[in-house]
Design a protein around this ligand. Sequence first.
Ligand code: IPM
Ligand code: MN
Length: 360
Amino acid sequence: MYKIAVIPGDGTGPEVTAEALKVLKTVADKFGFKYESTEFDFGGERYKRTGETLPESALEELRGFNAILLGAIGHPDVAPGILEKGILLKARFELDQYINLRPVRLYPGVDTPLKDKGPDEIDYCVVRENTGDQYTGAGGFTLKGTPDEVAVQTAVYNRFQVDRCLRYAFEYTRRYGKKARNKGEHNTLALVGKTNVLTYVYDLWERAFHEMGEKEYPDVKREYYHVDATCMWMVKNPELFDVLVTGNMFGDIITDLGAITQGGMGLAAGGNINPDGVSMFEPIGGSAPKYTGKGVINPLAAICATSMMLETLGEQDAATAIEDTVRFLTANKLKSMDAGRMGYSTSEVGDLVAQHVADQ
Ligand code: IPM
Ligand code: MN
């Protein structure tokens, strides 16, 4: 019996989460596992009502679940940063979800802005470190509000954080790299950094990367790219990549670029993973206030997040069934992945997935 915490959140979050839960119910019936879902109302509305973001008691409660499914966080009436830091980042940090796993995969039939590239070329995964870097909040102001004001916000990493992230990335590459999937000659892990300028932080990453790779993962091919060049290759030759590993800030930036090459936020899913604790899965798009309540938002990213959740829980067959169904629908049914242009409403897309999974 899996205990799933559900945080629908703000904007279109509840709409896409409802479709994800519809699909979860269908695969549970079909593949014979049991779960119990508990909904939490964290988000902008609750904050406006009570001033609370993610209280300590809730964190304690969340630790008792097997996984968390999140819709979206972000409310037009709440100043930027409050909900993001107070809910999303707080959960990532406090639950020590030190990996942010973001596949960049173009599904068949989906338009990409990349010329002459298809599903064979756009098929890689970013392992983003999820607890360090500029995200720790180390820094501050001096002389704030004066002409001499100084602001500092520092990238922070220790060896422990770097090593545990690299270990996850090497293991992931060994298991899901292109060779493991019969799609290439090697399983290749590339470190994305900026060793020519960030000569402390990415020097640490690079030394740790090669030490661990040489000693423990000689079967995994190692590469290194500067982050700026990575952006260029992600557009020009995405087929170069297999698994990429990088710090929190670069990972944040390059995964938005990756998402748009896989057909936009309607399809991009990610997992905030604590391999020894409770992980949280989310569509990586925002709360899309302008589409809220219209029934036009694409729920496939939330549905793909559910598939990632099931994979992490060990329900591989259910996860694969969802993934295959999404591929079938993008190839054969949906006209576009964009909100309002799918040819179906949000709940019709959820119905299509559920129906197809059940019929398989
Ligand atoms: C993401 C988002 C968050 C981040 C924001 C909302 C804090 O952009 O999940 O990529 O920067 O990590
Ligand atoms: Mn981001």
